[in-house]
Design a protein around this ligand. Structure first.
Ligand code: SAM
Ligand code: SF4
Length: 329
């Protein structure tokens, strides 16, 4: 098991497949100038599947989420999903994507064994999308979402980040739209993980702001806390059900004490937390010919050092050097 000194057990593995992306969301990437990982530094498809195999057979991982950067940009994605689906025990598999290209790939991903997708969409307004992501691709995301639902990659979840002065007034419209299309909407508080290090605690839209805004149009009933488990989203029942809305309050209501995650970057580093400043190199072990048992041992040791919390509210908090796109969100 991947257990830490606080007794938490990691069963959920986030695998970043690339640090590259076809959008430039302001809260994640700079407009230009971000240095990509060099190709030889990236894990190969075989290396990724081997590490996931070790994680599910020896370390108790039950769920694998592919992310990035933009994971749909990874040429071998369908093959990786297919090979992970054949592992014993077979983990649950999901994908976090900006949705661009999903129209083309959703059916193949489902056939390969992918269970679910989370698609990120912050606004219903194409002009605001263009400002927020610095690319004019709103229509592609909407089409990707529809393709995911048609391919039965359900429940299709939509992740939205609200940014002051851009889409902060859109929470009720996004929820009305999600309910209409049968998507499960989750708002994510903006975290200090942008490449420019421009995040400010004062300016951010908090979970409290989001809920107050939603309550101007919807009746929200808090779901019992037992339903939350270690899932980061606190959920509310919308207008008596059956639809739900989630809020991931990583900054104002962190869920570190229930965290069940471990992360693997595209260049083969284990991270115990999004906000960790330390990484443990599994790629070097892989490439030096270490057997599975040795890799499992290094991974366990890394998790043993996991900190109690992200420490965002601690005055000594220092943002990680790598941005969200390079860590894997
Ligand atoms: N490119 C894919 C996407 O956008 O879904 C996967 C990677 S992205 C880093 C994963 C999630 O992190 C997205 O839902 C995105 O909105 C979110 N994200 C990125 N930067 C963030 C930040 N600074 N604060 C909060 N969420 C962020
Ligand atoms: Fe790309 Fe996702 Fe980051 Fe946006 S949030 S720039 S889509 S990696």
């Amino acid at each position: 098991m991947l257990i830490d000194t606080y007794g938490r057990v990691a069963t959920d593995l986030r695998v970043s497949l690339t640090d590259r992306c076809n959008l430039r969301c302001t809260y994640c990437m700079p407009e230009e100038g971000l240095q990509w990982l060099a190709k030889p530094d990236l894990l190969t498809d075989d290396e990724i599947v081997r590490l996931i195999d070790i994680a599910v057979t020896s370390l108790g991982i039950e769920e694998v989420r592919f992310t990035g950067g933009e994971p749909l940009l990874r040429p071998g994605l369908v093959g990786i999903v297919e090979r992970v689906a054949a592992l014993e025990p077979r983990p649950q598999m999901s994908l976090t994507t900006n949705g661009i290209g999903l129209k083309r790939t959703a059916t193949a991903l489902k056939a390969a064994g992918l269970d679910r997708v989370n698609v990120s969409l912050d606004t219903l307004r194409p002009d605001v999308f263009k400002t927020l992501t610095r690319r004019d691709r709103h229509k592609d995301v909407i089409e990707g979402l529809e393709a995911a639902r048609d391919a039965d990659l359900t429940p299709v979840k939509v992740n939205s980040v609200l940014m002051p002065g851009l889409n902060e007034d859109e929470a009720p419209d996004l929820l009305a739209w999600a309910v209409e299309h049968d998507y499960e909407l989750r708002f994510i508080e903006q975290m200090p993980l942008d490449a420019q290090h421009g995040w400010k605690r004062d300016g951010m839209i908090t979970a409290g702001d989001i809920l107050a805004s939603l309550r101007t149009r919807f009746e929200l009933t808090e779901e019992g806390s037992e339903k939350r488990g270690s899932a980061p989203a606190e959920r509310w029942i919308v207008n008596g059900g059956p639809h739900r809305v989630g809020v991931i309050a990583s900054v104002t209501r962190p869920f570190c004490s229930a965290c069940d995650r471990t992360r693997l970057t595209a260049d083969g580093q284990v991270r115990t937390c999004l906000f960790a400043r330390e990484e443990t190199d599994l790629r070097a072990a892989l490439r030096s010919g270490a057997p599975d048992e040795e890799i499992a041992r290094i991974w366990k040791l890394a998790m043993w050092g996991k900190k109690a919390g992200a420490g965002l509210d601690d005055p000594s908090f220092v943002q990680p050097d790598r941005p969200m796109s390079a860590i894997g969100g």
